[in-house]
Design a protein. Structure first.
Length: 409
């Protein structure tokens, strides 16, 4: 399928505006990184505790940040998830492995003290585990004359927690009456639950704990993985085409990666493992697009050796235009949908791909191709200069031989 047939756009006519735009974007990103002391790493790379908490209503972000800051030292981050969601991510940074579990418990105790009923003596059903619920109900059910074996009690607790964690509740029960739909929850059991438990207006959905040492190792491995991918592609293209094609392709990939990371710094977004996965995906995607154009240039060079190189490159880009638009356009629509509707978990991943696909598509045409053009023009000019110099040397007249002068009368 071809969207464009027999096009003859002069793409390289606009190479300098795009090259200048790339230099400006790269400089802006690098300056931002320098001012901010490097990228803003997520918990995967710097270590710390990240707790995802769901509230029954709109999360009071300022109250949460103020309460947690009083009990946990160091940098505290409280971020909303996508608009319309009642979830927040509470993160703490640390430099000591011993603080990991301490910070996790401190956050949970702070939330309980601020939004729950810590002095009521009741069990928080929205944040309780199976063993805690079994221990709390065993004697209480016996006092209320509800006969239940240990196996039946464990099954009941398991069913209650499964009901709590399933959509649309997703970990947060707002009324005990909702539990009447759970098998085994009789009116007597429901009455006991109301006596022994309470429903906090929040529920801890997920907790991630990463030590600073592990985070540092992950950061180093992510950097080496990216560099190894670029190095391997350079070697492949150098053998597949010429070394200058490999250099041009790798420079274009570095260009895409630097600008994408610069956008993360400019917009103050975190870089975590999912973003590194997106960057590696971007490197492969951009390299593939560049190779397609280079392969067409190589084929046309075999058929039209006397055609000016700039005209030949333009023709090659036009011949691959339909493929570029279809591939890049469809991929861009997919990652744009992830960015808009994928939620907070995929936000960094999709943002990197949205920026990277836009930058990577034009870098194949306006960065990688001009590098090849500049190199060949410089090399041809140098070769012509080398040919002209010997010609001038041969053109010098031989010296006049000295000898007796014959006089002709």
């Amino acid at each position: 399928m071809e969207l464009f047939k027999n096009t003859s756009y002069d793409f390289l006519r606009w190479k300098w505006p795009f090259i200048i735009a790339s230099l400006v974007l790269s400089a802006a990103g690098l300056i931002s990184l320098a001012v901010k002391g490097g990228p803003r790493y997520g918990i995967d790379f710097k270590g710390g505790t990240l707790m995802t908490v769901k509230f029954s209503g709109k999360p009071p972000v300022d109250n949460i940040r103020s309460a947690v800051s009083k009990r946990v030292t160091g940098e505290i981050s409280v971020q909303n998830f996508e608009s319309g969601s009642n979830e927040v991510a509470i993160g703490t940074e640390l430099t000591d492995e011993r603080q990991l579990d301490q910070n996790r418990r401190a956050i949970l105790n702070t939330l309980t003290a601020t939004f729950g009923q810590p002095n009521s003596g009741k069990l928080d059903l929205n944040n309780a585990g199976g063993s805690e619920l079994v221990s709390r109900l065993r004697d209480a059910l016996a006092r209320n004359n509800v006969a239940m074996s240990d196996i039946q009690l464990e099954t009941l607790a398991k069913d209650i927690l499964a009901f709590r964690n399933s959509p649309p509740r997703s970990g947060l029960i707002t009324s005990f009456d909702q539990l009447s739909a759970v098998p085994g929850v009789t009116p007597a059991v429901l009455s006991t639950l109301k006596q022994e438990c309470y429903l906090a207006p929040f529920a801890v959905r997920d907790t991630q704990v990463v030590g600073p040492k592990v985070g540092s190792e992950l950061r180093q491995r992510a950097i080496w993985a990216t560099l190894a991918a670029l190095g391997g592609m350079l070697i492949y293209i150098a053998f597949r085409f010429e070394w200058i094609y490999g250099v041009a392709a790798v420079v274009a990939c570095f260009h895409d990666t630097i600008i994408t990371i610069g956008f993360f710094s400019l917009f103050n977004k975190e870089i975590d493992l999912t973003v590194i996965a997106a960057l590696l995906t971007l490197v492969g995607y951009s390299m593939n697009d560049t190779i397609v154009i280079f392969d067409r240039i190589r084929e046309n060079l075999k058929l039209s050796r006397r055609e000016p190189l700039e005209q030949l490159i333009n023709r090659s880009v036009n011949q691959t235009l339909s493929r570029t638009i279809m591939t890049s356009g469809l991929t861009f629509l997919t990652v744009l949908a992830l960015f808009l509707f994928g939620g907070q978990v995929l936000h960094g991943f999709s943002f990197a791909l949205v920026v990277g696909i836009l930058i990577g598509t034009y870098s194949s045409v306006f960065v990688a191709s001009p590098i090849v053009l500049f190199w060949h023009n410089w090399f041809d000019q140098r070769k012509r200069s080398a040919v002209v110099v010997p010609a001038r040397v041969n053109a010098v007249k031989e010296p006049v031989r000295k000898g007796p002068v014959k006089v002709v009368k």
